[in-house]
Design a protein around this ligand. Structure first.
Ligand SMILES: Cc1ncc(C[n+]2csc(CCOP(=O)(O)OP(=O)(O)O)c2C)c(N)n1
Ligand SMILES: [Mg+2]
Length: 437
């Protein structure tokens, strides 16, 4: 189906905007992530990336540069191979892709260790499926944000999917996770349906927090999601507290704290990690080092190259791994979770990764990192890398992966439709579901 390119929302106060300049022309082939055009909002000029790959078609009645239009106004389409633009007559033929090849073909696995993936192909395919679910949901949310339908901020997890997926694959329903402002992926990986995540960001009553929370307050205790949070750092303390309860109650449950490199310089990190180690609590600290805290490079705020090295200061095991390699995450997290369940205490796992979209949807993504750096990390896409590994190891064929892609596309499209059609919360119930009974 033709993907619509609309006047995107760039900030809370923006209602109208204008195209400043197109960087691609009608008929050009575009790749997801290419800069399509620049837009003038009420505050600034920003560049807008394509969310889809295909042929760009700009209808004759697309607003001219400089003309202000409301957010959500249709500007162009991106078409799949052979697809016809909705504004074309049936006889005028469809657009042709100039080159062929899926995203998977464009990426290269650097693991080369497929042989040791051994027996359980189904388990590995589920990892691929979960990463794809997170990616597609984030892309759907980015689109809905551009259309002005997401209420509140929207920090996507694109590029970091392997971490939540590899860790949560080991967790039981009654294990608890605590997440951050970038938490949609964690919620999905712990078992919140995409429909409930999307509906929550759209502020609907069917969202996992009944539309009261939005992106940074996703909760579903029934599956062990004890919350995303907009405050940088407390996931570390909250997970430590839950792990303390699990230990006091003599359970085998574990808690996981996800947090960013930015949080590793927050006092919560030092207090939480120290206390958990002293009390040998069943908690796993997962630092998602995507190398920036908003626009501040990690290398400019710490002389310690590896966040995992900070573990030595508190006496717990610390390890740094490639966070774009889902197998590495899966293996290391599995060991740490086993240790925690066995009463051997916490582990700090630093996953080196990169977010390939802006810090938050609608935010400018220039001036603090280079296009070359972003492109280099896009070439290490965790989903593409894992697809290569699966195929090289004979654990999945290209057709198997295409079938998973198609099923997830359908699931997320239907989740977005469900969310858009869901009712708003009844204002009379505003204070229900806010406090526990
Ligand atoms: C205690 C606190 N300080 C500052 C902020 C503002 N803030 C929001 S996101 C962010 C960057 C966080 O960076 P990082 O922890 O590396 O996570 P990332 O966004 O890279 O995933 C900051 C500083 C905040 N929300 N909370
Ligand atoms: Mg960061």
């Amino acid at each position: 189906m033709a993907a619509e390119v609309v006047m995107p929302r760039q900030g809370w106060t923006m209602e109208v905007g204008s195209v400043v300049e197109w960087f691609k022309r009608d008929g050009d082939e575009v790749r997801a992530g290419d800069i399509l055009f620049s837009v003038q909002s009420d505050k600034a000029i920003a560049e807008v990336e394509a969310l889809d790959s295909g042929i760009l078609r700009i209808p004759p009645d697309s607003p001219e540069p400089g003309v202000e239009v409301p957010i959500g106004t249709l500007l162009a389409y991106i078409l799949a191979p052979g697809e016809r633009a909705p504004f074309e007559s049936p006889s005028s033929g469809g657009a042709e892709m100039m080159t062929s090849g899926s995203a998977h073909e464009r990426t290269r696995s650097d693991r080369g260790s497929a042989a040791d993936l051994s027996s359980d192909a189904a388990r590995y395919r589920r990892l691929y499926e979960q990463m794809t679910r997170i990616r597609r949901t984030e892309e759907a949310l980015a689109r809905l944000h551009q259309q002005g339908l997401v209420h509140g901020a929207c920090h996507t997890y694109v590029g970091e999917e392997a971490i939540a997926t590899g860790v949560c694959a080991h967790l039981r329903l009654d294990d608890s996770i605590f997440s951050t402002h970038r938490g949609h992926g964690h919620a999905l990986a712990k078992g919140v349906p995409a429909s409930e995540v999307i509906a929550e960001l759209l502020g609907r009553d069917t969202g996992c927090s009944r539309g009261r929370g939005g992106s940074m307050h996703l909760f579903k205790p029934e599956v062990g999601l004890l919350g995303t949070s907009g405050i940088v750092g407390p996931s570390i303390l909250l997970a430590t507290g839950a792990a303390y309860a699990f230990k006091l109650n003599k359970t085998e449950r574990v808690a996981v704290a996800f947090f960013g490199d930015g949080a590793s310089n927050n006092g919560a990190f030092h207090e939480g990690v120290n206390m958990a180690t002293v009390w040998r609590l069943p908690v796993i600290f997962v630092c998602e080092n995507n190398q920036y805290a908003t626009e501040i490079a990690y290398s400019s705020v710490s002389r310690v190259v590896d966040v995992s090295a900070k573990a030595a200061g508190y006496g717990l095991p610390g390890v740094s791994i490639d966070g774009n390699d889902v197998m590495a995450v899966y293996e290391v997290a599995g060991e740490a979770i086993q240790r925690a369940r066995a009463g051997e205490g916490p582990t700090l796992i630093e996953c080196k990764t990169y977010r390939t979209r802006a810090h938050s949807e609608g935010m400018r993504d220039t001036g603090y990192r280079s296009r070359e750096e972003v492109d280099a990390w896009k070439g290490r896409d965790p989903i593409g890398l894992f697809a290569e590994t699966l195929m090289a190891g004979g654990l999945a064929t290209r057709a198997d992966l295409a079938a998973i892609d198609a099923a997830i596309d359908a699931e997320v499209a239907s989740a977005a439709e469900f969310a858009r059609n869901s009712a708003w919360p009844d204002p009379a119930t505003a204070i229900e579901h806010v406090y526990a009974n």
